[in-house]
Design a protein around this ligand. Structure first.
Ligand SMILES: N[C@@H](CCC(=O)N[C@@H](CS)C(=O)NCC(=O)O)C(=O)O
Length: 339
């Protein structure tokens, strides 16, 4: 009896080990597409275009991972998630990864059991108010009604900030950015608070963006990045290195336009050669093709190109690179070496 229970346990253990060995990459390959969790909609970051296609800075990361695996940035389906639903969607396996302005925090690692493998946007929390109310600083917000998305770090930082400054506020809880926008414009709250990138994105969709000001205070660190479930390091590697490829490509001047030409023969830069597969067998280490990084860069260009296309100074969102500039140009964007 004991022996058979023991053997039974062993069988289950080996089944589980087998399933774990199959891993997310094999599952994704088997179904033929990546299932990527994004937000329900934030201009520039994740939105559907006139053709109903998902686009944006976060969406580009999903497309990069799809390109890494399948050589095809279209081999991805998107699941819109709110601040609240995103973590259950990932934990339950409904999505293979999240790329959705999600802040890397201790408890999301240690308690929720997720793995963040990099930051695609260094952000911080801010406040937006209608210019007409004449507020110049967050310190003047005592007693304000504040639109705030539930299930976010935003909620927690807001409470900390008001308490630290001995101020009170009345929260107006909302589920999605669209709802926040609608409530804020209807005057249901005096203030909208979220990541500053989200404020810029939301303001860009207003009829008269200049009627609204983003206050100077940045009350938190919000390192936003892609995440996966704990327990599949190979999958975490793949997602993390897809982001790293985009960063290294910018460092090395590899662009969507020149990547094929640069990959056609070895260059004088050994790291470029390793990255583009003209030297070594680096793709195989992750179960990918030799030219996987070429496909990632071909999908939407390097980090800087993706930034400029969707959220940069020449877009309606108008974000500066700031901290998200390469480390070699005064920012903190930095990838470990590809070797
Ligand atoms: N970075 C914060 C906040 C993330 C968040 O949910 N921000 C809102 C405001 S921009 C958002 O993305 N909304 C998208 C949506 O409602 O779908 C977190 O990880 O908790």
């Amino acid at each position: 009896m004991k022996t058979s229970t023991f053997l039974g346990t062993l069988a289950v253990a080996s089944l589980v080990a087998g399933a774990a060995a199959a891993g997310t990459l094999d599952e994704v390959k088997a179904k033929g597409f990546l299932q990527c969790g994004v937000s329900t909609g934030v201009a520039g970051f994740a939105y559907t275009d006139a053709n109903g296609e998902w686009q944006g800075f976060d969406v580009a990361l999903c497309r990069g991972v799809a390109a890494a695996i399948f050589g095809d940035p279209e081999a991805v389906k998107f699941t819109p998630t709110t601040g609240k639903t995103r973590f259950t969607a990932l934990a339950s396996g409904e999505v293979d990864m999240l790329a959705r302005n999600t802040t890397w925090t201790y408890s999301r690692d240690a308690d929720l059991k997720f793995t963040f493998r990099g930051v695609n946007y260094y952000d911080g929390q801010g406040f937006m108010v209608p210019k007409s109310i004449g507020v110049k600083s967050a310190k003047e917000l005592d007693g304000a009604t504040v639109c705030i998305q539930t299930g976010t770090t935003t909620e927690l930082n807001l409470a900390d900030y008001f308490r630290a400054n001995s101020m009170s506020y009345e929260p107006v809880p909302i589920e999605t950015n669209a709802e926040a926008q609608q409530k804020y414009l209807a005057g249901a709250c005096d203030v909208y608070t979220t990541d500053r990138s989200g404020l810029a994105a939301t303001r860009s969709t207003f009829e008269t963006p200049s009627d609204h000001v983003i206050l100077p205070e940045i009350i938190s660190k919000e390192p936003l990045g892609p995440l996966v479930r704990h327990g599949d390091d190979e999958w975490a590697d793949l997602v993390g290195w897809t982001l790293n490829v985009l960063i290294i490509a910018e460092e090395k001047g590899i662009t969507q336009a020149n990547v094929e030409q640069m990959a056609s023969a070895p260059t004088k830069d050994p790291e470029v050669n390793r990255l583009l597969g003209t030297e070594g067998e680096y793709g195989a280490m992750m179960g990918l093709s030799k030219d996987w990084a070429v496909n990632v860069i071909k999908a939407g260009g390097n980090y800087g190109e993706v930034f400029d296309r969707f959220i940069g100074p020449d877009t309606s969102i108008g974000l500066d690179r700031g901290l998200n500039q390469l480390w070699s140009k005064g920012g903190i964007l930095y990838s470990p070496p590809y070797r």
